[in-house]
Each structure stands twice: as C-alpha cells, then as structure tokens.
Design a protein around this ligand. Structure first.
Ligand code: SF4
Length: 275
C-alpha cells in the first residue's frame, strides 16, 4: 500500500463500482466498521495480510465442504488424510494470495496440530452425519428480500431434508465453545437464509442450526439450534434497510475496537484515511 493520495475517493468509487447484490457478510462488515466495508466492498482494496486464525477457519470449512460433497455424490466419508489434504490445499491457496499473520506463540507446526485435532473431532462427531438427504453444499441462492434493495446473495454451507424438515446448517470454528444464547444471538444470518431456502421445500418445517467446532486444546464439536422466528426476520430486514440506506448515502467512518482492528487487513489504509 502506498501513499494517502492513491486511495480511491468515495466519489470516484461511487461512479466506478456498484454491486447488484448484497451479502450478509457485507452487511455485517458495515455494522462492525463502516470504513472496513468501504475498503473491502467499494474500494476493492486487496487484503494484504490476513490472520492465521481466519485462514485456519476457512481451511477447516473447506475440509468439511469436501466431506459433505463426497457424501452427496454417494461416496464413503473421506478419511483423515483426505480431510487434511483438503485443509492444506485451501491453506496454501490463500497463502499465495495474502500474507498470513501468525498470532503470538503460533507457527505453522501449531496450526498443523490444531487442524489435525479439529478434523479428528469433526469426523468422530455427529456434525459429520447429515440430518437427511443432502440437497446442497455451499449452495448459492439469490433473491429479493426487500423491495428497492439489491438481491440477497447467500452461500449456504449445508442444506439437508428429511420427510418433515428442511435443515440449514452454518459451520463455524470458534476460539471457545458456544452456548445456546450465543447461537440465538448470532442467528440473523440463518434466519435471512431461511427466507431464500424455504422455496426449495415450501411444505417442510424449517430448522436452523450452527455446527460449531472449538479451537480449544481439546476441540469440541456441537450443534446449536436457532429458533425460526418470523418476527425476528422482519426486524432483520429493517436493520438491512437502514444499513443499506447508510451505504447508499456514503456514510463511511472508522469504528475502531480491539475486536475488529486486531485482525483487520486494512490497518494501513485506515491510518492513511482522512475522510
Ligand atoms: S483498522 Fe479498525 S477502524 Fe480501521 S478499518 Fe479496520 S476495523 Fe475499521
């Protein structure tokens, strides 16, 4: 990243870039820090440095995706070596795109040990067993949720169905174990995705869940349900309307916090930003 004057101005960007869809992660990024949203989704700045923690989560995600794709194709569940291979493929791909920043007391050997433990736990847990027929893995769905606002684009980790229910599962890795309150508090994304996915099986009851594996010394894999609540979906739509209105009016400002800034890939342009 070079000097301050090379950052795109908001006016320049407004004229040159306009997405015709929104994603939940984009909305969530704006809520976390409007300036981070600007750098990532409007200015399109490259993420030059990404924390090993984020890359680890993405690589575990890829291994789980590989597992369910094999099951969906009617193949046996992959063994540990195959899952590790999927993990390292994703890790090395990301490593070619960005500089990976390791945490304190962390190195590639510790990452390898952690990946091994997490994937063993995943394989041995009920998270590896789908609820019914697999309808989609990393399934991309798109549709209008709010008139006047671009379509919502959703990439759903796993969609399964049995006779009665359509289950939408989102996979997470977490520094610590979750609890039921944390899952409910994090449920907006799943609730919105359910609005798109329910069209796949309109007569079935919707079931929403997080599949969470902790990155603890002894990883724990757990399912956490989220209550399907239409009132909360309406509230979330209203939040998105407000956020979109702020984006359209180019309301971008830094919202520094220890949680957000520590792993932000735009620390350098943020320091240079002058409004
Ligand atoms: S460093 Fe912090 S304040 Fe700056 S863009 Fe990133 S998250 Fe926002």
């Amino acid at each position: 990243m070079t000097g301050l004057l090379e950052l795109p101005t908001q006016q320049t960007v407004k004229q040159s870039k306009k997405r015709d869809y929104i994603s939940y992660s984009a909305i969530s990024t704006y809520q976390q820090c409007p300036l981070k949203y600007y750098f990532k989704y409007i200015a399109g700045l490259p993420e030059e440095v990404v924390s090993s923690n984020l890359i680890l989560g993405g690589a575990i995600h890829s291994a789980a995706e590989f597992h369910f794709n094999q099951l969906m194709m009617g193949n046996p569940a992959p063994d540990q070596d195959m899952l590790l291979s999927a993990f390292w493929n994703e890790w090395h791909d990301r490593g070619e795109e960005v500089e990976i920043r390791f945490g304190k007391n962390e190195d590639i050997n510790k990452i390898a040990e952690m990946a091994d433990r997490i994937l063993v736990e995943f394989q041995q847990s009920e998270l590896a067993i789908p609820h019914g027929q697999i309808l989609g893995v990393e399934e991309q769905l798109r549709g209008e949720l709010i008139p006047g606002i671009p379509d919502l684009l959703a990439r759903i980790d796993l969609i399964t169905a049995n006779d009665d229910e359509l289950t939408i599962t989102d996979f997470k890795t977490s520094r610590s174990r979750w609890n039921g309150v944390q899952a409910e508090d994090s449920g907006e994304q799943l609730l919105l995705y359910s609005e798109l996915a329910k069209q796949l099986a309109p007569s079935k009851k919707i079931r929403l869940e997080f599949a969470v594996i902790s990155k603890t010394a002894t990883p724990v894999a757990e399912r956490w349900p989220v209550t399907y609540d239409p009132t909360r979906i309406t509230r979330t739509r209203q939040v998105i309307e407000r956020v979109w209105s702020a984006i359209e009016s180019q309301t971008f400002y830094p919202a520094p916090s220890p949680m957000s800034c520590g792993c932000c890939p735009f620390r350098d342009p943020c320091r240079k930003w002058r409004g």
